[in-house]
Design a protein around this ligand. Structure first.
Ligand code: GLN
Length: 447
């Protein structure tokens, strides 16, 4: 803990941590030391963990990086976090992110932006930018993020670390401040596959506080990392041969596929005619869900209340106008529009149908093939300000990550070399639902 506290201090300008739990982390470390001496240590003893600022931790503040949750302290701990604590992990602090998880660059945070440690003029990715940089810059052993449409995988790619989005429902969402409930998934950042697998196996599983959490048994992923089969791998033609993809990422991905072929694995090119519908489907459905989820922030129950309000209606209006940032407001408006009576069928219902098509295509393909491989992102880390005035350009950054989110299947991003400027390139691997063990083993083989 002392080692990480020192690093956090020297790297404070990266702005990865919003709050450091110095005293409680040191106290917890002493307890764990004692347990180790007594031979009673849990499976995560000594692991120092940072958590994204959207996860609740009892008696600690959580803001979802929004002004509207200023001063909000949670009365309970998220199940995912509690399970780590129960196995003697040490929670060292909370990590910066885009407001309510909405963004791809960490520029939409009330706490200010987090810098990418490899080049501080560049974004760390988002929305879990702080979680990615905390692992990248060695400020904790592993960190938790959340991934609704790429928010673990994309920042992992931009910072050169490992990031997994497990199957939707694999990890309880109890205590996670919601963005889009049918997409939100808690994931893990780490510098290696084994730590990642170990944390997920502790965190995953059924939960009496979240009826949507899967009851399927959780394999011991960290003990199943050996890979010795012949893999059947598909790659989607449209994701590789497109002008949207940076040339160096295209060649890094093709090189990996070629290497797999040479090593005797089956690698096939497959057409994915639905690619152009994946982003619109994602943004229609997530904004709809967000507009509903965020209606609870009205100045009554949580965090910020406008001091300028003079009656009930002005309290709602002024609290929300002053409390939410621009991107969140944009999405609430979009979401409210697609859910409105006259447009519901044209947008929301249609997007639900297309979601089903994308999910079926993806699952069927993953019945035939063990893995789908594609880049994690169309470009390496971009500069601050590069897309911040153009929401659509920012949304295009999520081109490769949203397919797994719309389909609910697990996906992992692992480092795959660098571009000419030395910026990390990410490789994304997808497997069918609940096949995290296969995903980790293959990622381990490729690392
Ligand atoms: N960048 C995507 C968005 O803004 C993904 C965010 C996320 O996964 N939380 O919605």
């Amino acid at each position: 803990v002392n080692y990480y506290l020192k690093n956090i201090q020297t790297k404070a300008h990266l702005n990865a941590f919003v709050e450091v739990y110095r005293e409680s982390a040191l106290a917890q470390a002493e307890k764990v030391d004692q347990k180790i001496i007594e031979g009673k240590a849990g499976r995560l003893a000594g692991m120092v963990v940072g958590i994204k600022d959207v996860l609740c931790y009892q008696d600690h503040e959580s803001n979802a990086s929004s002004k509207i949750l200023k001063g909000y302290k949670s009365q309970y701990t998220a199940s995912a976090v509690q399970r780590l604590i129960d196995e003697d992990a040490i929670i060292i602090g909370r990590l910066n992110c885009d407001e309510f998880g909405m963004g791809s660059s960490n520029e939409n945070s009330v706490h200010g932006r987090t810098l990418n440690a490899i080049d501080e003029s560049r974004v760390p990715g988002g929305s879990s930018g702080g979680s990615a940089v905390a692992v990248q810059a060695n400020l904790c052993t592993v960190s938790l993020g959340t991934d609704t449409g790429g928010s673990v995988r994309q920042p992992a790619a931009f910072t050169g670390v490992v990031g997994i989005k497990p199957t939707y429902s694999r990890v309880s969402r109890f205590g996670l401040i919601a963005y889009a409930s049918s997409f939100d998934t808690i994931g893990v950042f780490s510098s290696n596959i084994r730590d990642n697998a170990l944390v997920l196996e502790v965190m995953a599983g059924s939960d009496e506080f979240d009826s949507t959490a899967s009851r399927k048994p959780v394999p011991h992923y960290s003990e199943l990392l050996h890979f010795d089969k012949q893999a059947k791998v598909a790659y989607l033609k449209e994701t590789i041969y497109t002008d949207a993809l940076q040339g160096e990422i295209q060649s890094a991905t093709l090189d990996t596929l070629e290497k797999l072929r040479k090593e005797g694995h089956q690698v096939d090119e497959v057409n994915f005619p639905l690619l152009e519908y994946v982003l619109p489907t994602y943004y229609i459905l997530t904004t709809a869900e967000a507009s509903s989820n965020l209606s609870r922030f009205d100045g009554v129950k949580y965090g910020y209340r406008s001091p300028n309000a003079h009656n009930l209606e002005s309290m709602y209006k002024m609290t929300r106008s002053e409390g939410f940032g621009d991107e969140v407001k944009r999405r609430i408006m979009l979401g409210t529009f697609v859910l409105s009576a006259s447009y519901y069928d044209a947008y929301f219902t249609k997007a639900q149908r297309v979601r089903r098509l994308i999910k079926e295509f993806t699952e069927n393909l993953l019945d035939k093939y063990d893995y789908i491989i594609m880049p994690t992102t169309p470009s390496t880390a971009f500069r601050f300000g590069e897309h911040s005035n153009d929401p659509v350009a920012m949304y295009l950054e999520d081109l490769y990550t949203v397919q797994a989110s719309v389909s609910g299947v697990p996906a992992i991003s692992i480092p795959n070399g660098t571009d000419q400027q030395g910026l990390p390139i990410g490789l994304q691997i997808m497997a069918n639902s609940f096949k995290e063990a296969d995903l980790y083993a293959f990622a381990n083989y490729l690392s």
